[in-house]
Design a protein around this ligand. Structure first.
Ligand code: NAP
Length: 263
């Protein structure tokens, strides 16, 4: 346990993409620290284990299939969360889509698909929880960025552009919604172990040694380390922090020009 067990006691969180990869660990870490968790993503197969695991931690969990690109479906999740749990304190906008492709090869459909999930999806879910959080007079939104969102993003330019949009939206919402007691921040991971995208990069493409050798802390990140950064932003210790970008990458972006990923 990295923080006090009751850090988020009886708070209710929605985690998009909360059944796989980093999202799965975000969901369980929030539950370990006292939150009830609503998980949503498209595929119900991604929800089975996570609900059971959260319930075993003694917290309530609910999973509901929905696509972040569809405002009606996301509204359905918010309505159901409210009828089951009666409040929404936390939203973690973790859902994303990505694939490796040069801008030269990228089709307009590929570009639109990623912008739609990452940028429009973050807009849709944030807008859907907003009336609830405004009414409550408090709320905490954490978006998930990526370190390539403020640099060139060779071979993931679609994702880089979408995440850059999320960074800007984070700052705008932080300013506009502060008056309602809603804080909005963004956590930006570097390459994280036990995720499908990174497995493909470091294992299948044989890039592990090369990538790790340019990370000052000399290893890939762990999924828990992203969840812990989120927990910090949700905690009272971060009560005066909004519109911030918390980078969790072992110092990698400071060294990014050495990656040579675009060579
Ligand atoms: P992941 O395993 O690919 O998870 C993506 C999640 O998003 C899945 O649960 C997926 O579930 C959900 N999702 C995709 N499209 C959706 C849609 N249209 N509507 C609702 N849910 C949707 O990703 P990850 O590697 O864990 O990454 C998690 C977050 O960290 C992402 O925001 C990613 O950009 C960011 N990040 C990751 C890394 C890394 O090293 N892995 C580095 C930097 C940033 P369904 O298929 O069931 O919809």
């Amino acid at each position: 346990m990295i923080f006090k067990e009751n850090l988020l006691k009886d708070q209710v969180a929605i985690v998009t993409g909360g059944g796989t990869g980093i999202g799965e660990i975000i969901s369980t870490e929030l539950a370990k620290h006292g939150a009830d968790v609503v998980i949503t993503s498209r595929d119900p197969e991604h929800h089975k284990d996570i609900v059971t695991r959260i319930e075993k931690l003694g917290r309530r969990a609910m999973a509901m299939p929905a696509d972040v690109r569809q405002p009606d479906q996301i509204q359905g999740v918010v309505d159901r969360a409210m009828s089951e749990f009666g409040r929404i304190d936390i939203l973690v906008n973790n859902a994303a889509g990505n694939f490796v492709c040069s801008m030269e090869q990228l089709t307009f459909n590929g570009w639109k698909a990623v912008i739609d999930i990452v940028l429009n999806g973050t807009y849709v879910t944030s807008k859907a929880v907003f009336p609830v959080m405004r009414e409550q007079g408090h709320g905490n939104i954490v978006n998930i960025g990526a370190t390539y969102m403020w640099m060139a993003a060779p071979y993931v330019g679609h994702s880089g552009a979408a995440k850059a949009g999320v960074l800007n939206m984070t700052r705008t919402l932080a300013v506009e919604w502060a008056r309602y007691g809603i804080r909005v921040n963004i956590v930006s991971p570097g390459p994280i172990e036990e995720t499908e995208g990174v497995r493909r990069l470091v294992d299948e493409a044989g890039m592990r040694e090369r990538v790790v050798s340019h990370i000052p802390l000399n290893r890939l990140g762990r999924r828990e380390e992203i969840a812990w950064a989120i927990l910090y932003l949700l905690s009272p210790a971060a009560a005066y922090i909004t519109g911030n970008n918390l980078v969790v990458d072992g110092g990698a972006w400071l060294n990014a020009h050495h990656y040579g990923l675009g060579e």
